[in-house]
Design a protein around this ligand. Structure first.
Ligand SMILES: NC(=O)c1ccc[n+]([C@@H]2O[C@H](COP(=O)([O-])OP(=O)(O)OC[C@H]3O[C@@H](n4cnc5c(N)ncnc54)[C@H](O)[C@@H]3O)[C@@H](O)[C@H]2O)c1
Length: 271
């Protein structure tokens, strides 16, 4: 279990010491040589993560199926400095992920951080859920995470993978069975992968956001219909990005195989 007091103190120390410096990077002597790939970087948590990494001196490689959203994130990230780039890829398709890897290798010798953040939701009772919708959710949320890890782990030098799951992996609602199952899979996949990656000095962790103020939250028809209500505080995408950055940094070098809940206490409350 992640100890909250330790976390708060280590995190505040990190923020003081890391602002504007980036982490160790592929080349330990070059603080600006920190390359991070973020899937779903065109929106919400992915966009905020890309902008934060760029602000802190990293190169953000933004991957998305939405080209104009991805290009907009590049513009925002580059306004903060650095030289972030966008690549179109559908992470559920192995040929896209393989081409992406070739494009990344052509520009960068290695990467430091892989943030598997892209995901989709489909809403329906299990008896009404089409096989196509079930497969679509699994293809992006868990197969996409697997494909990105499979192709990019060989490029990660002494770095870290952060997979974005959800509180739905632990506690959920009606009509989101495929999403909840995929996010549970992301969490257990991360745990298993962390063991395999110990030998190559790559840490693997999972972030478990609660309610976050993004398109995905407000598009939820359960909320629109009143079947579900947002309980407690809503985090900003920047709140989640800060935790992702912390976990990627050397300050979290002892953290691997963990799931870090960032939910404003949602999972701790009864009802
Ligand atoms: N918003 C929340 O309340 C919340 C809560 C818990 C977990 N999460 C998780 O956080 C992550 C980010 O969610 P968000 O709220 O920022 O969502 P979002 O919908 O704002 O952004 C998701 C991005 O992923 C991209 N994407 C979708 N399918 C893709 C594919 N096949 N290949 C590449 N890119 C693809 C979309 O184009 C979009 O830019 C997701 O993993 C989500 O499950 C979100």
């Amino acid at each position: 279990m992640f100890h909250s007091l330790y976390f708060a103190s280590a995190y505040s120390h990190l923020l003081q010491s890391l602002r504007g410096t980036g982490n160790s990077g592929c080349d330990m002597n070059n603080s600006n040589n920190n390359v991070c790939i973020i899937t779903g970087g065109g929106s919400g948590i992915g966009r905020s993560t890309a902008v934060l990494f760029a602000k802190l001196g990293a190169t953000a490689i933004i991957v998305d199926v939405d080209d104009s959203a991805g290009q907009e994130t590049v513009r925002m990230a580059n306004e903060c400095g650095g030289s972030s780039v966008f690549f179109h890829a559908d992470i559920s398709q192995e040929q896209d992920v393989s081409r992406l890897k070739d494009e990344v290798i052509a520009r960068y010798s290695c990467i430091n951080t892989l943030v598997n953040n892209a995901a989709i939701m489909r809403f329906s009772k299990v008896v009404d859920l089409s096989v196509e919708d079930w497969d679509a959710v699994m293809a992006v949320n868990i197969r996409g995470t697997f494909l990105m890890c499979k192709h990019f782990i060989p490029l990660i030098k002494k770095g870290s993978i952060i997979n974005v799951s959800s509180v739905h992996s632990r506690s959920t609602a009606a009509n989101v069975s495929a999403y909840a199952a995929s996010k549970g899979a992301v969490e257990s996949f991360s745990r298993a992968l962390s063991i395999e990656c110990e030998a190559i000095d790559v840490r693997v962790n999972c972030v478990i956001p609660g309610s976050v103020d993004t398109k995905m939250l407000w598009d939820n028809p359960n909320l629109k219909s009143g079947d579900e209500v947002v309980s407690g505080k809503i985090a900003s995408p920047e709140d989640i990005a800060e935790i992702i950055y912390f976990i990627s940094s050397d300050k979290a070098k002892a953290v691997t195989g963990s799931s870090i809940v960032v939910d404003n206490g949602l999972l701790s409350r009864l009802g």
